[in-house]
Write a protein of this length. Sequence first.
Length: 279
Amino acid sequence: MPVININEIALNYHELGNRRNRTMVFTHTVLWDSEMLDHLVSEFANDFHLIVVDLHGHGQSGYRTPLTLEEMAEDYYQLLAELDLSNVIWVGYSIGGMLGMRLALAHPETIDSLILIATIARLDPPQLREQTWQLWEMFRAGHREDIADAAVQFFFAPATYKNQPQLIEHYRNKLINYRNVEGMFEAARASVYRTNISNQIDAIKAPTLVIAGNEDKATSPAESELLASRIPNAQLAIIDDASHMLVVEKPREVAQIIRKFLSGLIVRLAGRARNQRVF
């Protein structure tokens, strides 16, 4: 996977598909690496040009201390500029969605359309933020086996425990066996102690799709409904029996929703072009 130095840190990415096709940029959540997007990415590899990035402090990407979401978004803006890419479809999952919203506000020419998965613009409620941060501090201190079950339950729906136990075991083992976690911790700090942009997102111009799992404790359906209501003309989709890890719990369902959204955009743009045509 190529690495580009941006603002004095290394950003790692994986490029797939033909550059003549529309570009989709995929960003994953904290704690897990870009492998979690493999099944979702495979759904689009034949029809799009894809960029899959390693989040700051994850995989082969570097990080700085302290780290903020605004700085991270600016790094990705520079990365896209280095790759000579603009008007991309930004698929932002969790913290990736937080970054996508900030990119759409600061550099609207960069984002053609915005797909926000299991993400939020507001701050977390204080109790949830405190619980989450306690788990992260234990994770950093090396108590990964002690928190594994509580952490994994935070990410997965009960139906996934019942129907896909091997998936639960895979991600539990990944969490326990991490060695270099300092960068992940810094990315988590940026997410947990982020700024509140909920009063700004009504300025987002890019067509937007919001997707959430109905069992998500971190990004509830009500929170996703609020997010979609504040972004002009945003669409909302809620997936049953899925939680914060809906991209690995229900990758085909997520892909189908994204395809339907993007196909609708093409139809609307074609109709607009016909209406504007002068004979």
